[in-house]
Design a protein around this ligand. Sequence first.
Ligand code: 13P
Ligand code: SF4
Length: 310
Amino acid sequence: MGVTVDYEAEIRALKRSMNAVILAHYYQESEVQDVADFVGDSLALAQAAEKTDADVIVFCGVHFMAETAKILNPTRQVLLPDLKAGCSLSDRCPPAAFKAFKEKHPGAFVVSYVNSSAAVKAMSDVICTSSNAVRIVNQIPKDRPILFAPDQHLGRHVMKETGRDMVLWPGSCIVHEIFSEKKLVGLKVEHPDAEVVAHPECEQQVLRHADFIGSTKAILDYVVKSPKSKFIVVTEAGILHQMKKSAPHKTYIPAPPDNGCACNECPYMRLNTLEKLYRCMRDRTPELVLPADLQGAALAPLKRMLEWSA
Ligand code: 13P
Ligand code: SF4
């Protein structure tokens, strides 16, 4: 008979012996969120990674998030339970094509969404996340044309909010682009008392039905504070875990995608599991390593983001 491992207890013990901090995104499975020291959106996780004095950062999120942590705090060891946890936005913006895009628009100010590779970040003037994109774009000198990559839907939302024109890279997230407008409208009819909260990576025809649009953290804060007690949630279903923990008396209805599933999960985020988290801490692998020159080049635009978000 095989020995059963109490992953949670083992992870907590390893955390102490390694002097590690576990950072997790809201799209991680509930058990992973529950064992983390900090759960947040991309901006909050980057800020937490930058300021931690733990020796090891165990990043339960996707590759670009762990890369960001390494760039902002290069002397720490950064572990990621599954190195294959990528992101469709980052994958759809290859550095060579991005370089050519940039060269077609000389003199433009380049804003890259944090959901991009370190190589793309290194070619950018400033980075943004979904929680600070409007604030960042509002600080760009009015006489500079703007390139925005790689999420066209977030880009369109930011254009609407800031009144700035931007040239958009045609990228999108495979999770947020498949929410069904038809099914969302059906849910609204079925639950006229519910508020619709959505992530700005959704398409415009979905976002136009939203009562509130924001980052995962902004959505979470909104539903907790809202006087309403029912919400249709149009983003990855992992966020429902913290909603239920923070405001358990309220009702959360995950918006369905167009693929027949009841709710929408990010296949990359869900590659991380409690077992892989335990193994990566026990074996100290996989580790996120970056070439020093790339790490250095991507730091300035990330630092500028943190300064402009303060
Ligand atoms: P947030 O920064 O809003 O958490 O978004 C991250 C992400 O990957 C959304 O798909
Ligand atoms: Fe990338 Fe979309 Fe997954 Fe977020 S939900 S990590 S944008 S693929």
